[in-house]
Design a binder for this molecule. Sequence first.
Ligand code: GDP
Length: 412
Amino acid sequence: MSTRQVIPVERRRNLGIIAHVDAGKTTLTERLLWKAGAIHRTGEVHDGATTTDHMELERERGITIGAAAVQAAWTPEGQAMHRLTLIDTPGHIDFAIEVERSLRVLDGAVAVFSAVAGVQPQSETVWRQARRHGVPLIAFINKMDRPGADFDAVLVQMRERLGANPWAVARPLIENEQMIALVDIVGERTWRWDASGQPEVVAWSADEAALHASERQTLIAAVAEHDDVLLEAWLEERPVDAGMLMAALRRATLAGRGSPVLPGSAFKNVGIEPLLDAFVAYLPSPLDRPAVVAHTDDGDTMVAPDADAPLAALVFKVVNQAHGPLAFIRLYAGKLHVGDQVWRSGNDRVQRIGRLAVLRAEDTEAIEVAEAGDIVAIAGWKDVATGETLTATDHRLRLEAIEAQPAVLAWR
Ligand code: GDP
């Protein structure tokens, strides 16, 4: 069943995963898609059989990961369903323009660091680029199961190498060098995983309660520096409940003041659900993002995320498939229906939208309409190029300033 139409835009998250090679981005992406219901079990797999799950994941490796944008759904406990779109962010700096473009179309990102290797040069570059673009960032400290894993050392490196302001919203609990549980510092719970990576939320031990209480005070004090509402409550010594702290963290993260950080192990399936919750809690919806600049013959203009405004969409990636190219677009404003005539900046032509689709981990869903904030693919356009803008025929503009090209000159 399609969930597209029923999820309002404030419950959508378009996010990228940025990482240094080998930090675990591929493994994490698979786990996230698996947990977020995008990779389904086939009939021969028994529920809870993790070895089989793992083999299944291995088989599916590659299908999911190569896609420019994959959609999934996540429902945090006690909340409505959210739509997640994971956008592939190239890790190689050789593709600088591709990195820039992918940073443009996402609304928030999670940086994956290895708890052993820490903050490495590539992730440093992309982190700084994302900050320049004003992209709100959270971090996942992966490989907490490895000997030598050091959560706090990575927080220090984030401060020193990235100039970041990390907020530990969860703390790892380590036993025999392996992370077995995490204490949620914002809420009042502990997540624990069994050997197969199945999560359980359990009551606190005395040690966990103590850790929670002291860490929570530290976190509140740190976030209060960046959020007036929390500061006021803190100064007046009013109790700060989970909802209040989470809201303050969200505001401060969206304002670019700091980054919530969570520990885990993608490989062991540990920490995936709290991370999915964090996407919803701390990363922006398309409506939280500022308007973008667009260029017209009469000068620059701003495009706000408004579904009732004229269409403005950017082609950010073209993937060649057996059946022809798939052009991934981000809609910044307006709506796009199958059958619509749109203007293309690349060839200065008006062209009809034949087919629209969204990709999930294991299937492609044909859709009829997309709206501001959506990331979808157009199928069937042979000569489409990245960087093109699509607009309403009577409302032409360009989202990317392109060097003088024949197409642009012809339009003038
Ligand atoms: P990518 O290059 O960032 O996409 O990293 P991969 O997901 O391919 O992971 C790189 C290597 O680290 C692989 O051998 C993974 O199995 C391993 N790996 C990924 N996550 C973890 C983890 O949480 N713990 C451990 N021990 N190994 C991991």
